[in-house]
Design a protein around this ligand. Structure first.
Ligand code: ZN
Length: 257
């Protein structure tokens, strides 16, 4: 039995290494030449086009639309409602195996066995308060695969529009969130998950850090340099296990309006 268990562990570890290396070619480009790489990506503007405005988690397995951790479950409820209104969300989802819902349960001493029902009930209550439909409990496929988190000052970036060129990532909507919450709650959750055994754990090192891609919109007074400074100040304890890079997208977004 012990032997069989160790074989299973070994094959899981090999699977995780395969997942980790799958997008290595994209990661190296974005890590070393972020601005140049994204600037020359064909049809990068597609990643900024209008979306379905359905609120989803920041989780890398819930791409598309608008984003908030656990559909904003960690914000005070009235602030979550106001943020949804500001985002113009048209529907609200929850999802299976949500790290933000797990954090909420811990903070409120609720029963971890009820995580799915708690995530669903919260999203339904939020949808009702915002007066939009609840759009369902999304299933997710496999483990977290993100090597990056997008910290987006435009509020419209969607990596999944260009799957050949943009790595899978967490999506943090800094355009619609206060910096303290965006950094200390959402960006921190992404870094915590991916440096833990729920993510890539010890595969994340100073040579292969977890990458935050800040996406600036200088026309809204959110240049990427400012976003980088926010993250640097708030995530100092991750030190060399994260790297922060930047892309200025203001001109692209302005052209789409
Ligand atoms: Zn989630």
């Amino acid at each position: 039995m012990i032997k069989r268990h160790s074989h299973e562990t070994e094959s899981n570890e090999n699977d995780r290494l395969t997942d980790f290396l799958l997008q290595q070619h994209l990661i190296e480009r974005i890590q070393n030449h972020c601005q140049e790489y994204l600037q020359q990506a064909s049809h990068i503007e597609e990643a900024f086009r209008d979306n379905d405005k359905i609120l989803r988690c920041i989780d890398d397995r819930c791409p598309g639309g608008m984003h908030g951790a656990g559909s904003l479950i960690l914000l005070p409820f009235e602030e979550a409602v106001a943020t949804c209104q500001d985002m113009g969300v048209k529907a609200i989802t929850s999802h299976v195996d949500c790290g933000a819902a797990a954090k909420y349960i811990k903070e409120h001493s609720l029963n971890p066995a009820e995580i799915e029902i708690i995530a669903m009930e919260y999203a339904k209550k939020l949808a009702s308060a915002v007066n939009v439909p609840y759009a369902g409990h999304l299933s997710v496929v496999g483990s977290h695969a993100a090597r990056v988190a997008y910290y987006d000052g435009t509020g419209r970036f969607d990596f999944s529009k260009l799957p050949e060129e943009l790595p899978i990532g967490f999506s943090i909507d800094r355009a619609h969130l206060k910096p303290e919450y965006a950094v200390n709650t959402e960006a921190r959750i992404a870094a915590q998950i991916m440096t833990s055994d729920h993510g890539y754990g010890q595969l994340i090192t100073s040579d292969n850090p977890f990458i935050f891609v800040t996406i600036g919109d200088a026309s809204r007074e959110l240049p990427f340099e400012q976003l980088q400074d926010e993250l640097k100040a708030g995530l100092g304890d991750f030190r060399d296990r994260i790297k922060i890079v930047g892309f200025e997208a203001g001109e692209i977004v302005a052209d789409l309006k």
